[in-house]
Ligand binder design. Structure first.
Ligand code: SF4
Length: 381
């Protein structure tokens, strides 16, 4: 069906936006989040008020209220909605309840990061602490060869009988190791769902087939990624480009209405062993060897940043992608303003354009300030 047919045959019906297709108003562009197909489409915000009309009026009434110059826009927008299968025509939209906006997770901590550079941590104590909090996903970022395949295999063994379901690891390339060494460790520990080897000599992948053959191998296989890009510090994190937006789903959409997409239910151990919300955030909650992670997580000042949702952040509150964006509260465009937009975001909601964040006036100078702070002898606060 197209708009022309609809306006001929369905004038006494309502245009109903499917319950899993949610409109989000932005400044220049607005969006529809298709929570089942996990897609986002954008359109000029000038069309957004039509959604109010759809909810309250039959098509005949809407047409009667439109100014003459709005008619073509309305037909064009209706065609857009029909082509994407976002709408149906119905007799009574009240028969279709909205999806619940509530969100929760069966764990106190959902994911954790461990950074390693020049000292090892008490991995056993960390895993036990995370297990007590129900943590499901763990990421290790190694900036030096101190944490290599031997340590990874040992950590994978520690995680095996814990709540942790996935282990993602970023390691520096070690030229003394061959592909078979990497495959042997990943292949022996299914909990390792991702291994990225940074500072490698070429961009390539290594297949891990877990001993399977033929069509089964395709289903089971994973890839180890090698990249020439170095990972130098936690300051390399926090990029927000279009490809980094989360494919929306009902749980993530609901979560981002209430919480920060990066920090909610996250815990981090920085390279110095300090417990933080994120390795790049300033506030420390003590050395992981001397504090209990369960005590840290019960503190209100630890949980406060979980609620730093995009609706309350400058610029982000006008962004159509705000419920698909994990944001960043560690590296801010204005480090003095708690509600500043993330430094490394390349989207301008007021012009609906994506650019390299470094092109924004003052952005590289702000980054230099963060880098200078990293090299201060005392980073605990
Ligand atoms: S950081 Fe803010 S402005 Fe940038 S994409 Fe995310 S929500 Fe939008």
């Amino acid at each position: 069906m197209n708009a022309k047919t609809l306006l001929r045959d369905g004038l006494d019906k309502y245009v109903f936006l499917y319950s899993d297709c949610i409109p989000v108003e932005g400044y220049a562009a607005s969006a529809i989040y298709d929570l089942t197909r996990r897609l986002i489409s954008t359109f000029p915000s000038a069309y957004y008020p039509f959604f109010e009309l759809f909810r309250a009026r039959r098509l005949r009434e809407i047409l009667g209220e439109l100014a003459p110059e709005e008619g073509d826009d309305f037909v064009e927008f209706l065609d857009f909605l029909l082509e994407h299968e976002y709408v149906a025509v119905v007799d009574d939209p009240a028969s279709f309840p909205a999806i619940s906006g509530s969100w929760d997770a069966p764990c106190t901590i959902h994911n954790a990061i461990i950074d390693v550079r020049s000292q090892h941590h008490d991995y056993r104590k960390i895993v036990e602490g995370l297990d007590a909090l129900g943590c499901q996903h763990l990421q290790v970022r190694a900036y030096s060869k101190l944490f290599g395949l031997t340590e990874l295999a040992e950590l994978a063994r520690l995680c095996r009988s814990s709540s942790i379901q996935t282990l993602e690891v970023i390691l520096p390339h070690d030229p003394s190791l061959g592909d078979a060494d990497y495959v042997a460790v990943v292949g022996a520990h299914r909990i390792i769902t991702s291994l990225v080897v940074h500072s490698a000599d070429a961009e390539r992948t290594i297949a891990v087939e877990y001993g399977a053959r033929g069509s089964t191998a395709k289903l089971l296989a994973t890839e180890i990624q090698l990249t020439v890009k170095p990972l130098e510090s936690h300051l390399d994190c926090g990029h927000l480009a279009k490809r980094q937006l989360l494919p929306p789903s009902t749980p993530s959409f609901n979560e981002l209405h209430q919480f920060n997409g990066c920090l909610n239910r996250k815990l981090a151990i920085d390279e110095g062993g300090q417990v933080r919300n994120c390795p790049a955030m300033r506030g420390s909650f003590g050395d992981h060897r001397t504090v209990a992670l369960t005590d840290v997580v019960s503190r209100e000042d630890f949980r406060r940043v979980w609620r730093a949702k995009n609706d309350e952040i400058q610029g982000c509150r006008d962004c159509p992608y705000r419920y698909a964006c994990t944001g960043c509260r560690a590296l801010l465009a204005d480090p003095e303003a708690e509600d500043s937009k993330p430094l490394k975001c390349g989207y301008d909601p007021y012009t609906d354009s994506w650019t390299d964040w470094r092109a924004r006036p003052g952005a590289t100078a702000t980054m230099a300030r963060y880098q200078a702070r990293l090299h201060l002898p005392i980073v605990r606060s």
